[in-house]
Design a protein around this ligand. Structure first.
Ligand SMILES: [Mg+2]
Length: 188
C-alpha cells in the first residue's frame, strides 16, 4: 500500500472516534522498526514497519502529540536512526535509556515533560511486561505483534475510548453515591 493511501486510511480511522488520546507513545525496536537497533551500525539506513511513518503523520495532522519510550541500551544509534528517518521533530519527548523498571521511569519523565495525565495517553509496545506495567499506571497500552500498523491503530483507539467511557461511568456513579450519602446525612 502506498504511503498516501495508508495515511488516508489512518486519518479515516482516527476520524471515527469522538474521544482521542492527547499523546501517543511508541516503543522503537519491533514497534516502529523491525529490528533491535543495538545490533545495527549507525552508518546503516534504517527503515520502519510499512505503515508506521504514515500513522505518525496522520496522528500529528489530527493534533495529537507523539513521544518515544524505549529501553534501548544504545540511545546514540536510536537517535541517529530517528534523525535519518526524518521524524525527529515529530516527537514532543524522546525517552531512550535502559532501565530495570519496565518503562515506569520513562512514563514519569514523559508526564513531567508534557503535563499530559496517564489516562490521556495511548502506548504501543511489543513486550508484554511493558504493556502490563505501564497499563497499571493508567495508560491505555496496546501490545503489537507485527509493529505499528492500521489494525493496531484501530485497536488502540478503540481500547482508549472504552477506557475513557469506563472512567466517566465510574465518575457518575461516584457523584450519585456522594450525593445520596450527603442527602441522607441531612435527614439524620
Ligand atoms: Mg520493543
Amino acid at each position: 500500500m502506498a504511503d498516501d493511501t495508508v495515511k488516508a486510511e489512518a486519518l479515516q480511522i482516527i476520524g471515527m472516534f469522538q474521544v482521542l488520546p492527547k499523546l501517543v507513545v511508541f516503543d522503537l525496536d519491533y514497534t516502529l522498526w523491525p529490528f533491535y537497533c543495538e545490533c545495527r551500525s549507525k552508518r546503516e539506513m534504517p527503515s520502519m514497519y510499512p505503515h508506521a511513518k504514515s500513522i505518525l503523520y496522520a496522528l500529528k495532522d489530527k493534533g495529537i502529540d507523539l513521544a518515544i519510550a524505549s529501553r534501548s541500551p544504545t540511545s546514540d544509534i536510536a537517535k541517529t536512526f530517528i534523525g535519518k528517518l526524518g521524524i525527529e521533530s515529530m516527537f514532543v519527548a524522546q525517552e531512550i535509556f535502559s532501565s530495570w523498571t519496565h518503562k515506569t521511569d520513562h512514563f514519569q519523565r514523559i508526564h513531567s515533560r508534557t503535563g499530559v495525565p496517564f489516562k490521556s495517553m495511548l502506548f504501543f509496545d511489543d513486550e508484554d511486561r511493558n504493556i502490563e506495567t505501564v497499563g497499571k499506571m493508567g495508560v491505555t497500552s496496546i501490545l503489537v505483534g507485527n509493529g505499528v500498523n492500521l489494525g493496531a491503530l484501530r485497536q488502540g483507539l478503540t481500547s482508549y475510548s472504552q477506557n475513557v467511557n469506563k472512567i466517566e461511568k465510574n465518575k457518575k456513579k461516584w457523584a450519585k453515591y456522594t450525593q445520596n450519602s450527603s442527602s441522607s446525612e441531612k435527614t439524620e
